[in-house]
Design a protein around this ligand. Structure first.
Ligand code: AP5
Ligand code: MG
Ligand code: ZN
Length: 222
């Protein structure tokens, strides 16, 4: 199964991706996480991506597209994957389609986690991420068992580097201008599935897993 997760920053893409990836046994490929890890590790890619990410801008397509295309060609992605944060503009969408065609593959769905802007800022302000395993929490909506400590691995929780006010504003602008047009792009291709992302985390997970399971069963019966 090849699925794309769409939605504004802070919609819950990363949160839901972990459940989907676990249930269907497909790798979760998050461009944001890849950039973030490379920045922390001070790699060449990290050095290139840092200034864009910290300001909330998109990392240029010349860097991002090759990264993803190489990743989906890896062995563990043969039977499918979940793309979180890619494509992020129409050009990335077009290139992805061309590549899939060349590979003889197709996408199954573009899943939009729909959340209005009013809810987004609180989600990003309250988000805390683990410095070791990357797990994401929310001080109010998804608190760890012990404040400031990851429930999964025991490491320290911190605020994400691009969750400060200026970057959040910019990310919302970038979303409106560059990413939102992908909604009609996928709708025209009959791939868009929209779920209400304003519900609680568990409820959203349930809705998404139901939709994808039904799709998967249909696919297997064809
Ligand atoms: P990326 O990491 O993709 O950031 P984003 O799109 O801004 O999305 P977020 O990760 O902030 O939100 P999310 O939807 O994953 O929400 P989460 O599950 O964490 O990208 C970062 C940067 O990398 C970009 O700005 C850009 O610079 C660069 N980049 C990445 N991809 C690129 C590309 N393709 N091209 C160019 N540049 C690229 O949830 C948020 C919070 O809300 C958490 O605290 C969570 O606990 C909470 N929450 C989740 N669901 C719920 C719920 N249902 N109810 C209440 N709270 C909830
Ligand atoms: Mg994310
Ligand atoms: Zn952790």
């Amino acid at each position: 199964m090849r699925v794309i997760l769409l939605g504004p920053p802070g919609a819950g893409k990363g949160t839901q991706a972990r459940h989907i990836s676990g249930k269907f046994g497909i790798p979760h490929i998050s461009t944001g996480d890849i950039f973030m890890k490379n920045i922390t590790g001070e790699t060449e890619l990290g050095k290139k991506a840092k200034e864009y990410l910290d300001k909330g801008y998109l990392v240029p397509d010349e860097i991002t597209i090759d990264l993803v295309i190489n990743r989906i060609r890896e062995d563990d992605a043969k039977n499918g994957y979940l793309l979180d944060g890619f494509p992020r503009n129409l050009n990335q969408g077009e290139v992805l389609f061309q590549t899939l065609e060349e590979m003889g593959d197709h996408l199954d769905a573009a899943l939009l986690i729909d959340v209005p802007f009013e809810d987004i800022k609180e989600r990003m302000e309250g988000r805390r991420i683990c410095t070791s395993c990357g797990a994401s929490y929310h001080i109010k909506f998804n608190p760890p068992e012990k404040e400031g400590v990851c429930s999964k691995c025991g490491h320290k929780l911190v605020q994400r580097r691009d969750d400060h006010v200026e970057a959040v504003e910019e990310r919302l602008k970038v979303y409106e201008e560059h990413t939102k047009p992908l909604i009609s792009f996928f709708r025209k291709k009959n791939l868009l599935v929209s779920v209400d992302g304003t519900k609680g985390i568990e409820e959203v997970t349930e809705i998404i897993l139901d939709v994808l399971t039904e799709m998967d069963n249909k696919d297997n019966n064809e």
